[in-house]
Design a protein around this ligand. Sequence first.
Ligand SMILES: Cc1ncc(C[n+]2csc(CCOP(=O)(O)OP(=O)(O)O)c2C)c(N)n1
Length: 639
Amino acid sequence: MTPFPETPLLDTVKIPADLKKVDDRELPQLAREVRDEMIDAVSRTGGHLGAGLGVVELTIAIHKVFNTPDDRLIFDVGHQCYPHKILTGRRDRIRTLRQEGGLSGFTRRAESEYDPFGAAHSSTSISAGLGMAVGSQLDGSKRNVIAVIGDGAMSAGMAYEALNNAGALDARLIVILNDNDMSIAPPTGAMSAYLARLASGRTYMGVRELGKKLTTYLGRRVDRAITRAVEHARGYVTGGTMFEEMGFYHIGPIDGHSFEHLLPVLRNVRDNARGPVLIHVVTQKGKGYPPAEAAADKYHGVNKFDVITGAQAKAKPNAPSYTSVFGDALVQEAGFDDKIVGITAAMPNGTGLDKLAEAYPMRTFDVGIAEQHAVTFAAGLATEGFKPFCALYSTFLQRGYDQVVHDVAIQKLPVRFPIDRAGFVGADGPTHAGSFDTTFLAALPGMVVMAAADEAELKHMVRTAAAYDDGPISFRYPRGEGVGVELPERGQILEIGKGRIVRQGSKVAILSFGTRLKDCLLAAEDLDAAGLSTTVADARFAKPLDHDLIRQLARHHEVLITIEEGSVGGFGSHVLQFLSTEGLLDHGLKVRSMVLPDIWMEQASPDTMYAKAGLDRAGIVSTVFGALGKTVVGVGAAG
Ligand SMILES: Cc1ncc(C[n+]2csc(CCOP(=O)(O)OP(=O)(O)O)c2C)c(N)n1
């Protein structure tokens, strides 16, 4: 083995089958090359860096030992899969990660046979893996199934539901717990403390000790019931782990950066395991790239950066982000009302709740990746007279929907739902798009559903939600920066169910719900220039609807357009329902409802995605022209 081989080893490893020809002793060299490749790629594209750097050795070891893609390898969340993509025939496209038309930033079935399960939302891997393991048992294919799950992802209830089921089914599933003692933020909760105790209480198992344990329990063809009994007895004497109590054979903690540790354990498990096995692997997030290792967030998600210095590119913002406006407004309101509390599900920074945590640490709760719990926890706080702001991304609120229905809405509890990342989010693609919240929330009796048209409106909605105590209330706002309007000193309390006319016209009415308002106003200029006098209104509320406003728009215009950054079934559907119930459609009013198209829109910049969806200035103009039976010619930006 030469320290600097002329042909990089990685050039000889296109797919995992090539790895079988690489000597074990050369794997550290391969790991260095994979890291360099990944750092270079992400420095150009931006994306998730720290998690992937932490699993380079683990990924190589798994592909070396197992027979993927026939053996199934699942990465939980999938944000750590860049080394996997490099080693599974996608290295030539690795610099297209998260770009329009490029590789996804997560695992994706459509992308490769080496991705047996798509991911992006956390804590699904054990369930999916168990399904595959049972499937393999049923059809007699005897393949291995390996689920790699992080300690952060282990904070979600779904992971325990799967462990519980796996322990009882006794299926041949290999769970690798990748414990780097980090979520996006430092992990929270008793489980995280437990894993830390497991990892620090005993030092890593030595190779000899590991070998002994593996041959004693896995290698010997003893009856599983006897093995269980031995395990239980051992538990009483040495304090068996929770995983053992749940029916898993538990190995570790082992050093996830040492091939000396990883390879024998994986080979042994591959050859001897019969029931479910959990391998506790300790890794370091950001491993091998000093700026990532030194950073507080371990470069979880980064912009493009300079490889030498680690400095990330930062576009100069024109306006504060919606997230920061929300965070500041909540701190301000919390200063006036000590009943206000904030809840985040492992996203303090992403939701802006870190600001509340700094100002009022005792009133801010990071519950871990546990959206279902977050919602019902908020419901409990509300029963005691608190004013919980349960701040989630739209896409992750989907996890807590039954809790919103059953624990919050039916009981009319005043839980506030600030919904960040509403609408398209760009590079994270369809798994992270905030498409459905208006649809699933506005369907609920008694729910108040708002959308901010700009950052000043968002401030009003924070105050409105703080003041509203009659039941649940939500307000949505997108990823990214605001439109640059002046912010009020403090938000105003909005009248519930009342929208506003922003621009008065007479022939065309555009009723906007959310931040498309800006494009509506631009489109209105084009329409006016084309001789179509246009009214633009900001609905503010999808529920309750502003009936007076809708009646007025319907009666005094020839065309009524609704527009929103959400799926069919949302704001526009509620407006149509009202129009039809009231008979307002009976006299020739031309109505068009503009919503996100009924497809899983691929990653691109949000502007490109909205243009493809037809929800931009040009799309609005052509929709109005279409409604009037005209073709668009030479009209402003739409021409
Ligand atoms: C249901 C859900 N909630 C929140 C997130 C956002 N998220 C992405 S990665 C991550 C942290 C995962 O931590 P861990 O599993 O320990 O992986 P690591 O990044 O440390 O390797 C979170 C909270 C998500 N993907 N899914």
